[in-house]
Design a protein around this ligand. Sequence first.
Ligand code: NCD
Length: 322
Amino acid sequence: MTKRPLAAIENDFKGKDVVSISQFDRASLETVFAATGRMKAELAGKRFGAYLRETTTALMFFEPSSRTFMSFSSAVKRLGGVTLENQNAGTTSSAVKGETLEDTAKVFSNYADLLVVRHPEVGSVERIARAASIPVVNAGDGAGEHPTQAIMDLFTIRERFGSLDGIKGVMTGDLLYGRTVHSILHALCNFNDVTIYLLAPERLKLPSEMVRSLQSRNLRLIEIASEKDIPADAKFWYWTRVQKERFDDPEEYNALRNRFIVTPQLMNEKAGHDTILMHPLPRVGEIDERVDVDTRAIYLTDQIAHGVYARMALLSLILGKL
Ligand code: NCD
């Protein structure tokens, strides 16, 4: 079967790439959320369906990762599949010898049924997807996108509140380089009456062309300058770290990091009784550890657990096993 690179999902996942969350319409997101819920229910009962038996997934990570890499690996293996793993591809693959991404993609297409890639350059995973003959899943391309993180995070919010329609949330930190934020905002354009408050240092604001494009697709975005302006009725706070690796100048990074910190006091003053506090991790000081015991803090509990279920669901759908 020849692949149509970067085709819209249109609720038919089989054999498709997932490079950008913009490939998803609402029905496709609902399908992957339902499949994620199914994986969660099955694993809660300790019944591991062997959906990925006789499939091989190659994980090629050119950028550091612990959670995303391990959760993909766990997802494949717990569903009976096999992984080929290259965690430091930037230093251990033939890229070191100067091989192009396109050649790497063509070679790996012979070794596996699906390729999961993380790479520091925006657009690199798209290049790999165009060259590969097997489906390619983006596990983060520089400051670009991180669609599987968006799926697990939006599943988490939807499960908690029943729907993403009418949801109100706050996104804070590095909105310029934060790829998880970009993917979540693109995905939210598929839902009705969504309002997101954006809180970032001036230098790390969401790019204005992205703001315009999201607003033209029906997302209500409200930029705020201080924690004081966080609305009382926000259902989720999505905190992020300043992406140190995107800065050339360490001084500049140091001046911007930890401008916004969640403390127990901020939770008490500004979060609602049912607000959930999320973070894609790793956190590096922007959430005070004393907040961890707050039952509204779910970054180390529900949110992280959903990463494995979401990846199980997505890979099973792409490989035609669900
Ligand atoms: C995020 C990423 O890699 O973009 N982490 C992750 O995948 N869980 C967020 C981050 O690194 O800050």
